[in-house]
Design a protein around this ligand. Sequence first.
Ligand SMILES: *[C@@H]1O[C@H](CO)[C@@H](O)[C@H](O)[C@H]1NC(C)=O
Ligand SMILES: *[C@@H]1O[C@H](CO)[C@@H](O)[C@H](O)[C@H]1NC(C)=O
Ligand SMILES: *[C@@H]1O[C@H](CO)[C@@H](O)[C@H](O)[C@H]1NC(C)=O
Ligand SMILES: *[C@@H]1O[C@H](CO)[C@@H](O)[C@H](O)[C@H]1NC(C)=O
Ligand SMILES: *[C@@H]1O[C@H](CO)[C@@H](O)[C@H](O)[C@H]1NC(C)=O
Ligand SMILES: [Zn+2]
Length: 681
Amino acid sequence: MGRPSFAFAFAALLAAVEAQTYRRLGACPSLGCVLPPDQSDFLPGQDFDLRLEVHAPVNGSEAFNEGVPDEDFLVTITKEGGEAQNLADFFSIDEPEVEKWDFQWYEDLFAEDAGTPSVVNVASKIYRRLAIYEPGNYVIELSYYGDQKTTANWVVRPLATEKKAKNVILFIGDGMTTNMITAARLLGHHSINGKYQSLLQMDQFPVLGHQMTHSLDSFMTDSANSASALYSGHKSTVNALGVYVDSSPDPFDDPKVETIVEVLKRTWKSAWGAVSTAAISDATPIALTGHSRSRYQFGPLVDQALNSFTNYTWTNQGGPDVWFGGGAEQFYPGDESYKGKDYYAAFAEAGYDITLNRTSLLELGNSSRALGIFCQSHLPVWLDRNVFTENLEAFQNDPQGGDGPALDLPGLKDMTLKAIDILHKRGGDEGFFLMSEGASIDKQMHALDYDRALGDLLELDDTVRATVAHLKELGELENTLVLVTADHGHGFDVFGGVDTAYLSAGKTDREKRRAVGTYEKSGLSQYTVAPPEGVAYNTGPNFPLNWSPRYTLAQGFSANPDRRENYKVHKSPRRVVSNTPGFGSHEYFVDADDSPDGFVINGTLPVSDSSGVHSMTDVAVFAMGPCQETFGGVYGNIDLFYKMANCLGLGQPTDKAKEAPKYPAGVPAYPPPKGVHPLSP
Ligand SMILES: *[C@@H]1O[C@H](CO)[C@@H](O)[C@H](O)[C@H]1NC(C)=O
Ligand SMILES: *[C@@H]1O[C@H](CO)[C@@H](O)[C@H](O)[C@H]1NC(C)=O
Ligand SMILES: *[C@@H]1O[C@H](CO)[C@@H](O)[C@H](O)[C@H]1NC(C)=O
Ligand SMILES: *[C@@H]1O[C@H](CO)[C@@H](O)[C@H](O)[C@H]1NC(C)=O
Ligand SMILES: *[C@@H]1O[C@H](CO)[C@@H](O)[C@H](O)[C@H]1NC(C)=O
Ligand SMILES: [Zn+2]
């Protein structure tokens, strides 16, 4: 095997460091990869897989060893203060077989335009279902090509073994920032001379923290890996759930990490549930059980939630106790369900009560496990369910797969309160974990539909308020840690008021812009002033009294496609951009029918982007209940997991976990899905 000269290796390293937005493999700057990588943290006893890869780039700036990867690499693990041990010996498992594959990547935009990917040959091993029980610092060292080394420093955190909270309810406002909370408060709550007469429920939480949302290998995150960070204490890559992303072609063989609900089922046997206004297969809810580098494998991810990952690596935790949301297309038999199977029937066979509308949701008993899927795709937003209800008729989202609309729809509050009753009953003394997501704060911010986004934020807050009251009724408030946070933000803010009448009447874009009132001309919120009878949309306490006042908010986005703004509520869902005939199929322009009386604001994103994108802001964490004091300050998104785990006493390594069966050799990888789900760029 050829040995690199020192200068050559140094040049390769430099090139790798320079390659910023396109990388051979995130978390692997050298030619040897250890996943979980350097700086990983673990819960004592948490299940994980360890993947090693040795890369031999065939061409491109890193070409090495004529494209022949070292297959005789060695790996050791050293506990701080101890001796290095061979990894398989340390974990008392057999040495796995070497796997081989190749992959391609682009080094930069020039290479992508020229269609010249760099090719890499790979030799790899994966060690399945490992766990480290003793807290402390560990060093993993991979040696390859004779003299090259990759080290990973790991910390198994010392955590409490005593439970302080019986229950945890984690509310996630997807994409929800402090700026949005501020705007929603102005819409839903009345103030006199600058002083609010009522507050959001989250405003009344005793402790506020901030979490940093960066991904493992990019500073911008999506909802998949950010949810996994919150649920597993491990960061990952955009689009990945419950795994570190390896370079193999199979989206299901990546090294997995155990999530909080999997740990809870294995240890305390608590009940758990997920509620979302998104499809239940969407990133935030599915990251509790999903293990794939692609969040778009919707059908298989639903199967994983019921049957656990291929039924062999992880404890079969037997599915959620409660699962409420949208996404019917993964449940009725058809192209979008895993292997075309009927998952309503599969869940019913597993003992679930199935509910497909609000009426039957409210009639559910509290004893059985429950699956509630109320429509195809995401639930229509609060504004359409409560104000512009005529829009519901236009949906073709029947939960049984028909062409008609789903009209008997629950809201986040209905689903969350019912979930609490069932989880309270089923969890008994072992308590429960519930994740409840206001999903369309994010989805409507992507569409730059501020009113629909803020309406769903107010719905989330209304749900938190009702939850606190309900926990009190159940005598569980003191036993329950309630958290309200987000997974990432959007660059949204309010910068003034708008006279929409003057804006509409303006003849040119420059004239229309005079309608924007800044500073003293912003005026006062008109959303909480009741309109004359029958004139506008009165939605009562905690929501605006008037959704379409003449004076609205001047608001906007730091990351947007070209758009036109009239700053009025959109009675039909917003459509910001469209393809213009004669241009490329992914070149977007301002939609001619969106806000025709508005003025044009040219975008800041590539012209191939049809909607707004996430921003980098830290997001708030509101905490109330046992351990609330540990949630103040600024910390990483993974720390939220360790704080919850500490409060739940999950530092306890159980004998049961130690006895759990190891990964048997020769089990086939998870079968690829039948449906085609394109990866996002
Ligand atoms: C590497 O080799 C592949 C296959 O021959 C080729 O398609 C690609 O353009 C090459 N890339 C570079 C950067 O030379
Ligand atoms: C897991 O096991 C269940 C029950 O035996 C089976 O129906 C299901 O197809 C299995 N899932 C996979 C992905 O093999
Ligand atoms: C709601 O679901 C129940 C039980 O599945 C069903 O009997 C009823 O017809 C449904 N109602 C509507 C309005 O679809
Ligand atoms: C479910 O639990 C709630 C709260 O304890 C209770 O009010 C309701 O009556 C229960 N429902 C049934 C069907 O037992
Ligand atoms: C927006 O961009 C277009 C060119 O793409 C330009 O013609 C137009 O003047 C710009 N509008 C504004 C308001 O800047
Ligand atoms: Zn998003």
